[in-house]
Design a protein around this ligand. Structure first.
Ligand SMILES: [Zn+2]
Length: 210
């Protein structure tokens, strides 16, 4: 296990530049929702998975909103961990007010710039990378790992995670789920302890709910 951890850290270090490039290309493959067409963005993730030989398949209820679903088993029995991230982003509202093109994927000042970098293309790209790294180490690991990279999250639509649970529950409901939605001490976000659904009427110019 110590050897696996050492090899994992070495793979992360070796892929550092490639991972930044992956996020940049993922941002350039625009996937605002609405309308929610994620084919180009999903293709960026698929290329990474294909290059590294990690198993997955595309499952879709709506062909323009593909979901990536992959699973592998380690060398011995153990818990089933599910990785979950979404491929779609908020629409880039008022692009003229951005300091950089929201779909540039520009790399500078120690950051990748563009819409969805925070929510949640960095997280989804990281989970895809983790899935590939651990797949390369599977002979030394126990348990099962499942990757779910989904579409149709931003509008709570029926074609993403909900579709997977309806159609592939036996594959996507594990012992634990790790979701990479953003949140850190350096990120201003709202906290969620549990859903509270309320109706509020506000008279203002319409925009994305976030
Ligand atoms: Zn999100």
């Amino acid at each position: 296990m110590i050897d696996a951890r050492r090899r994992l850290l070495a793979m992360i270090a070796a892929d550092r530049e490639a991972l930044v490039d992956l996020l940049s290309r993922f941002v350039r493959a625009r996937s605002p929702n609405p309308p929610g067409d994620t084919r180009d963005a999903a293709a960026v993730l698929r290329a990474w998975l294909d290059t590294r030989g990690a198993p997955y398949r595309v499952v879709a209820r709506d062909p323009v909103m593909p979901n990536l679903l992959g699973t592998f088993d380690g060398a011995r029995a153990g818990p089933h961990l599910v990785l979950n991230g979404h491929i779609d982003t908020f629409p880039a509202v008022a692009p003229e007010r951005w300091t950089r093109d929201p779909f540039s994927g520009h790399v500078g000042d120690g950051k990748v710039w563009g819409t969805g970098c925070s929510d949640m293309k960095q997280g989804t790209a990281s989970l895809v990378a983790v899935y590939c790294w651990l797949h390369a180490l599977k002979a030394e690991l126990g348990g099962r790992l499942t990757l779910t990279a989904v579409s149709d999250e931003e509008t709570f639509g029926p074609n993403g995670a909900r579709y997977l649970i309806e159609q592939y529950a036996g594959e996507v409901l594990g012992d634990c789920l790790l979701n990479a939605e953003p949140g850190a001490t350096t990120t201003v976000r709202f906290g969620e302890k549990s859903p509270l659904w309320v109706a509020i009427d506000i008279e203002t110019i319409g925009a994305h709910g976030a």
